[in-house]
Design a protein. Structure first.
Length: 173
């Protein structure tokens, strides 16, 4: 059984949209918010395609800590516009955790916003709905209170080893 999610990066106007990253495992909020914070810790610039590729890299590093699994990570074309109808057309499993549409405003810790689209099942009918900003904030706060988020952070410190994190010359990433 997986813990699936789809992650898409956008700019602030949602004019530039990255490919869609599919995670078969670790798609819960505790993992996704940890992965985003790791992008920030590594000072990855906030350009949708660049951060998407580096997100794939670090998720791959995380999955390969203990074993290599062929179901862990995938990529497909993202939508031309972020709408429920367009997200439904993406050919990945949208159950479990649906979609995280992430806009990183900078590479500073917690300087990102998330739109969440989740799957609801009722009477054997699947629907995709968008969380309200309040629902996203409740989910995010609960994720940050989880012990699991600290273990992911510690895993990335272990992965990093003695390698140094890049230096930011400007305040921009």
């Amino acid at each position: 059984m997986g813990n699936r999610a789809n992650v898409i990066f956008v700019d602030e106007k949602e004019e530039h949209i990255s490919p869609c990253v599919y995670l078969h495992w670790n798609g819960g909020p505790e993992s996704i918010y940890s992965f985003i914070n790791e992008l920030n810790r590594r000072i990855i610039r906030n350009d949708q395609n660049y951060e998407c590729s580096r997100f794939i890299q670090l998720v791959g590093e995380f999955f390969d800590i203990d074993s290599i699994d062929n179901l862990s990570l995938g990529i497909t074309n993202g939508p031309k516009k972020i709408t429920i109808e367009n997200l439904k057309k993406i050919h990945t499993d949208q159950s479990d955790n649906g979609f995280y549409v992430i806009c990183r405003h900078s590479c500073l810790k917690d300087d990102f916003s998330v739109r969440r689209f989740v799957t609801d099942y009722k009477d054997d009918i699947y629907t995709l709905r968008e969380y309200t900003k309040a629902e996203v904030e409740v989910e995010r706060e609960a994720a940050y209170k989880s012990d699991y988020i600290q273990s992911i952070h510690e895993s990335f410190i272990k992965i990093q080893g003695t390698r140094t994190i890049g230096i930011v010359i400007n305040k921009k990433c």
